[in-house]
Design a protein around this ligand. Structure first.
Ligand SMILES: [Zn+2]
Length: 720
């Protein structure tokens, strides 16, 4: 292979990612914002280039527009054993120990990513399985969700069987946005990106995972190295197969300390969470020769930065009410500089943690940054224990309650983290020692031990405001109501709503449509000019013309996102009265179960909302001001494929591409999914001799395989 060819192959995945991003931006602008940023011709040219690169390289990334994988819902996560156990690593906080560890050998220094550990299996160039770490020996099958990760190759050029280890992560930015929307639906927020990722990858419905933008970073592989002798070369190989790999640097005993520093400086700008570094020998043969202790492989060592701890004085405890009714304690202290930035506040998470620390204004406390990002109170040196838990809500003045909060379902909790005292039988009698060099994975415990106290911020007592009319809840529900996917009232910010609310000019949704009654009062509010007032009135007027799904979404019914609202409206002919009747009916569960993807939780929530007379009164009063748009026309006439599910594999000849065939099927009311299950009606494949995993699965499940021609024939018959 010439250097040029080699370079081309190495760069192909990068080019493919660029093309996918461009196509994605264009179709988002087109479908969601009604804006055309490139012509059809340009779009098709980029699409064709991507298709060509995919064909040339054999790489197909999960988020490629050519790969529209259907969503899948599983009834439960099944367990399966790992081919090679996923071990934890020995760890140190001492930089000096790193040089000692390396000795004369070359090492590789990589991020210790703080996400959810996964093991992936590829066969015949296709992703066939994704398992969570579980207990290291047995994991849970999350293949349906891995298929909708943002950057995972579903197909790779290498056709042999191999395994890949890595970490699934959600970026800080996505974490913030997703948490905000979770809170807007009245559900419990996640504490950090790792918990959100763990909860997401273990969802039963892959549509949820798809919406949460999970990224996968490969750390290592086994089974496909060929003549690869270095772990760094293995990472390059993974890169050429289309994987995003963990950032890594070559080090020696002489350079390791300064490289650790260089990594440290990048932490504040890193989009994803890390909780240290991993040092491993680059040479695979050397690594393999070392074996393992009873617990840890000997070829790798995890490094955690010692937390920079500062002392300061606690000034007060602030109590922040949220829309969910939780009132969260925050420690306010004299500003101190930690890890290069000045901090003056830290969440105390819940009442139990506050009590455990025995805090009071004036106490001497120590603070640090968890993962070098999030400020935390470490210890209280003076323990005055004088902080009082407010008896009334700071927002509405209503009586508060202390309730016990459970961790999000036990098994859902951070399985990525080592259980204490779990050891893995690395060497079993009569068997060859397992190659631990292949396990480049590390985990540590979820519970931070501080000041000799174990602490877990997931569980414990929390302070809540039970008042349904609490102004904190009201303001957040109004923010949700006017938001982009709701009424989309431009310029109606949280501050504006707060002003209108505190001046008593609005108390519910429908009041937003009669602001003109309060013209003089509004104009007298500080910071309100006539221009702003008139702009708001115009925005409200414009917002009145709305599609029913956006209105239903705006009501903020628990578990009902925009996609769910659309399904609901489609099912009931975009008629609010029909929807209300169905949700109120005694047989609501049966009725709503007819809607694809609607489970018990959403049905209960809709029922609870619609049977509440206060909700119905507000909804009707608001509807009276709106001009609900007519139901959208079906794009194509037929519904001949209603209820049928197709999987398309291989090249198509009659349709321009698979996407076009999929679009046709969907226009006829059918569904296209990415993998063959017992529910699949037909597998469409033009290659009758194909031995792809899809064909095997179809044969196994008795799913008929038809060619594109046969599909067209079938379809004519069905349409008559
Ligand atoms: Zn309140």
């Amino acid at each position: 292979m010439t250097d040029r060819q080699h370079e081309k192959i190495q760069n192909a995945p990068i080019k493919m990612r660029e093309l996918i991003a461009q196509l994605d931006t264009a179709s988002r602008a087109y479908y969601q914002e009604d804006r055309e940023i490139m012509s059809d011709l340009e779009y098709d040219a980029l699409y064709d280039e991507l298709t060509r690169l995919e064909a040339e390289t054999g790489i197909r990334l999960a988020n490629s527009p050519t790969q529209k994988v259907g969503y899948e819902v599983v009834s439960a996560l099944t367990k399966a054993p790992h081919d090679i156990p996923m071990l934890s690593l020995d760890k140190t906080k001492d930089i000096g120990a790193l040089a000692d560890f390396l000795g004369v050998h070359e090492g590789l220094l990589v991020w210790k990513l703080d996400g959810l550990a996964l093991a992936l299996r590829y066969e015949n160039g296709r992703l066939i399985r994704a398992l969570t770490r579980g207990n290291g020996q047995i994991g849970e099958d999350v293949t349906h969700n891995a298929k909708v990760f943002m950057n995972l190759p579903l197909a790779v050029p290498f056709l042999g069987d191999f395994s890949v280890w890595g970490e699934a992560l959600i970026t800080y930015a996505d974490f913030e946005a997703i948490n905000a929307s979770i809170a807007a639906n009245g559900e419990q927020e996640y504490k950090n990106p790792r918990n959100l990722c763990s909860g997401t990858v273990r969802q039963l419905n892959s549509e949820i995972a798809a919406g949460r933008r999970v990224f996968f970073y490969a750390l290592g592989a086994a089974g496909a190295e060929g003549d690869i002798k270095k772990k760094s070369a293995r990472l390059s190989w993974l890169s050429a197969q289309g994987f995003d790999v963990v950032e890594h640097e070559h080090v020696t005993a002489q350079t390791v300390a300064q490289t650790v520093e260089a990594f440290k400086e990048k932490i504040p700008t890193l989009p994803i969470a890390t909780d240290g570094l991993v040092l491993t020998f680059d040479d695979i043969a050397h690594s393999e020769s070392l074996g393992a202790t009873s617990k840890f492989p000997r070829d790798s060592l995890a490094f955690k930065w010692a937390d920079e701890i500062s002392e300061t004085n606690l000034l007060s405890i602030e109590w922040n009410p949220s829309r969910t009714g939780l009132i969260n304690p925050v420690a306010i202290f004299e500003p101190v500089e930690i890890e290069g930035s000045v901090v003056s506040r830290a969440s105390l998470h819940n009442v139990s943690i506050l009590r455990g620390l025995e805090l009071g204004a004036g106490d001497r406390i120590t603070v640090y940054k968890a993962n070098m990002i999030i400020p935390q109170v470490a210890e209280n040196l003076t323990r005055s224990n004088t902080a009082e838990i407010p008896a009334v809500c700071p927002s509405c003045g209503g009586k508060t309650e202390i309730t016990v909060q459970r961790a999000p379902a036990k098994e859902q909790k951070d399985e990525n983290k080592d259980e204490n005292n779990v050891t893995f039988p690395i060497v079993t009698k009569g068997s060859k020692p397992i190659d631990c060099s292949r396990i480049e994975h590390i985990l540590d415990d979820n519970t931070e031990v501080l000041g000799g106290q174990a602490r877990n911020d997931e569980e414990g007592e929390v302070l809540t405001c039970p008042n349904p009319a609490c102004s904190a809840k009201l303001i957040q529900s109004l923010v949700h109501f006017v938001g982009r996917d709701g009424l989309n009232i431009e310029g109606m910010s949280e501050q504006t709503l707060e002003k209108l609310l505190t001046h008593g000019l609005i108390s519910n949704y429908s009041d937003l449509f009669t602001l003109d009654r309060h013209e003089a009062a509004i104009l007298s509010i500080d910071g309100f000019g006539r221009r702003l007032y008139e702009k708001l009135l115009a925005a409200v007027e414009k917002a009145k013309d709305i599609a029913l799904p956006n209105f239903i979404y705006a009501l903020g019914i628990r578990h009902v996102g925009l996609a769910g609202a659309k399904l609901l409206c489609d099912h009931y002919s975009h008629d609010f009265a029909q929807i209300a009747a169905a949700c109120q009916g005694d047989d609501y569960q049966q009725s709503l179960a007819e809607i694809k993807g609607f489970g018990d939780a959403i049905a209960h929530s809709l029922h609870a909302y619609f049977i509440n007379p206060a909700n119905m009164e507000i909804a009707s009063a608001t509807l009276a001001h709106l001009k609900i748009q007519a139901a959208p026309e079906k794009t194509a006439s037929g519904q001949s494929l209603e209820g049928m599910t197709f999987v398309i594999t291989g090249d198509v000849r009659i349709y321009a591409n698979r996407k076009a065939l999929q679009a046709y099927i969907e226009s006829q009311g059918g569904r296209v999914t990415g993998s063959v299950t017992a529910k699949t009606s037909y597998l469409i494949n033009n290659d009758a001799t194909s031995v792809s995993s899809k064909n095997k699965k179809a044969a196994l499940l008795g799913v008929p395989v038809i060619t594109e021609e046969e599909f067209v024939e079938h379809n004519r018959v069905a349409m008559m």
